[in-house]
Design a protein around this ligand. Structure first.
Ligand code: UN1
Length: 511
């Protein structure tokens, strides 16, 4: 049977045939039973071949005028819109994100296409004055070449589109390696992009495991078939990619983990802050790179805030992601295993606390709302709020990637900033206050690529720079015009029409 967009989006298991030997089964994490995709994982050579194919196709694509490439981006956006509901359902089925969030994720691809289709008519260079007469200088943006995109599955379609759409718009060819556990979502987005009218070889998908991908990347870099790597995922893997690219004098675009702080100042609107903490900490089961990682609550409002947040959490429905719940299951079994290890930290913390009153572990208990009312049926975990966290606690320093939020009591802004920066991550941060002095001072001193005032740590918009510092990335930014610097290189042009050999620095014009 030929695969079509609708057959990938249908609620049938997707079979992705490839040259691979090992088959990966992607299952619905809400029941661990429903098969969503069966994918053959490719060996490293196949990754290398895809890079060679992309490398060969890239010049032809770069020769297509940028506004015409923009029309292809527009067609991707339209096709995503036409298939939006089915794509959102697939996201929910394959990675367990609530339908409401999955719909938002699909909208994020449309927003990205909306933004970049217009960029095809801009992609501006500059005209620059020369220091000599009868000479004009210019700058041009040129495509970087072949781009490998390696993505996680917590945002199985939106985050890949942040790389793929601008990379294509800029005239690059792309090889995309999606997460194995989100293979069907990836295949659906890939099929949509191809159906939008991309020439053969310009966009390629390779399903492979991590080690085959590393070997494939290394081979392609050595062969000169790869010019940029874009990676969203863990800090550990990101630093391995950074080392590999560094050996070939390349600077990858790295979007890594986070331990995103939220400071609740003494004057905060507590109702608003509770809502923000609930969504930031527990939305997507805490599995966004921008999820809330630590709550820093001013001593004057600490007890009141904590008791309100704990009650809101107790009342929040958790379970079947197709229903109106706060969050569904974790992404897949590997993430669940890592999360359980992290849960051990909570237990250690609980044991260490000793004297009553110094800290509490608040865990909501099983309730109707789990699939079949059985929390064992899928990868469901209770939300956990850990109060009494102290400076130096591992809970305040290590990324969780799941529904646990530690809470520390702080004495004012200075201590909040110190604890906010202690983990070495620097992706997103948020402050709740009505005082602009607190808001601006927090913004300036917190080491984060993105800061929110009176809003969640997550929820990026497609036209603002997205990215982090320190352990969260190498300072590269995605989204908006800032990502153009990842996917183009600047070329300078000197045009001398004086008819003489004018030498820079030596023949500088004088008054
Ligand atoms: C991620 O988790 O990798 O800001 C990205 C947000 C999302 C993107 C998160 N739109 O929450």
């Amino acid at each position: 049977m030929t695969r079509t967009i609708s057959s990938v989006l249908a609620a049938e298991p997707v079979a992705v045939a490839g040259p691979g030997r090992r088959v990966h089964h992607s299952v619905n994490p809400a029941d661990l039973a429903q098969s969503v995709a069966e994918v053959e994982l490719a060996p490293a050579e196949v990754f290398g071949e895809a890079c060679a194919r992309a490398h060969a196709a890239q010049q032809g694509w770069a020769d297509v005028p940028a506004p015409v490439r923009g029309r292809v981006v527009a067609a991707i956006g339209r096709l995503v819109e036409q298939n939006a509901e089915a794509l959102a359902q697939l996201v929910t089925r394959e990675v367990g994100k609530t339908l409401r969030e999955a719909r938002g994720e699909v909208q994020e691809i449309v927003d990205t296409c909306d933004f970049f289709l217009g960029e095809g008519r801009r992609l501006y260079g500059q005209t620059v004055p020369s220091e000599m007469p009868d000479k004009q200088l210019f700058t041009f943006r040129e495509p970087i070449g072949t781009v490998a995109v390696v993505t996680a599955g917590n945002f199985p379609v939106a985050v890949p589109s942040w790389y793929i759409v601008p990379a294509l718009l800029c005239g690059n060819a792309v090889v995309w390696k999606p997460a194995e556990y989100a293979a069907a979502c990836a295949q659906a987005l890939f099929d949509i992009c191809i159906a939008a009218g991309l020439p053969a070889g310009v966009l390629n998908i390779v399903h492979a495991d991590g080690e085959a991908t590393f070997a494939g990347l290394e081979g392609a870099l050595a062969a000169g078939h790869l010019d940029k790597v874009g990676f969203t995922g863990s800090t550990e893997v990101g630093s391995r990619i950074g080392e590999l690219c560094g050996r070939y004098l390349q600077s990858p675009c790295l979007e890594l983990g986070g331990k995103n702080p939220m400071y609740i100042a003494g004057d905060a609107d507590l109702e608003l802050a509770v809502e923000g903490a609930l969504f930031s900490g527990f939305g997507t089961a805490g599995q966004r790179c921008t999820s809330l990682g630590l709550l820093l609550v001013d001593r004057s409002v600490h007890d009141e805030f904590l008791s309100r947040l704990a009650s809101a959490l107790e009342a929040a429905p958790i379970g079947d992601p197709t229903r109106d719940v706060l969050y569904g299951p974790l992404l897949d079994e590997r993430f669940a295993k890592r999360f359980e290890e992290h849960l051990g930290l909570v237990e250690d913390h609980h044991r260490l606390l000793g004297s009553p009153g110094t800290g509490r572990v608040t865990a909501a208990n099983p309730r109707p709302g789990f699939v079949g009312d059985d929390p064992q049926a899928g990868l469901f975990y209770h939300p956990t709020l850990v109060a009494g966290a102290r400076p130096g606690d591992r809970l305040l320093l290590e990324e969780t990637f799941g529904p646990i939020v530690p809470v520390a009591e702080v004495d004012g802004l200075d201590q909040a900033v110190e604890l906010a920066n202690a983990s070495g991550y620097g992706l997103s941060a948020s402050v709740y206050t009505d005082d602009p002095r607190t808001a601006f001072s927090f913004r300036r001193r917190v080491r984060a690529g993105m800061v929110s005032v009176n809003n969640s740590t997550s929820g990026a918009e497609a036209h603002l720079p997205f990215g982090g510092n320190g352990r969260s990335g190498n300072g590269s930014r995605q989204s908006g015009i800032w990502v153009l610097d990842q996917f183009t290189r600047w070329q300078a042009l000197n045009w001398d029409y004086s008819g003489t050999l004018q030498k820079a620095q030596m023949d500088v014009g004088r008054l």
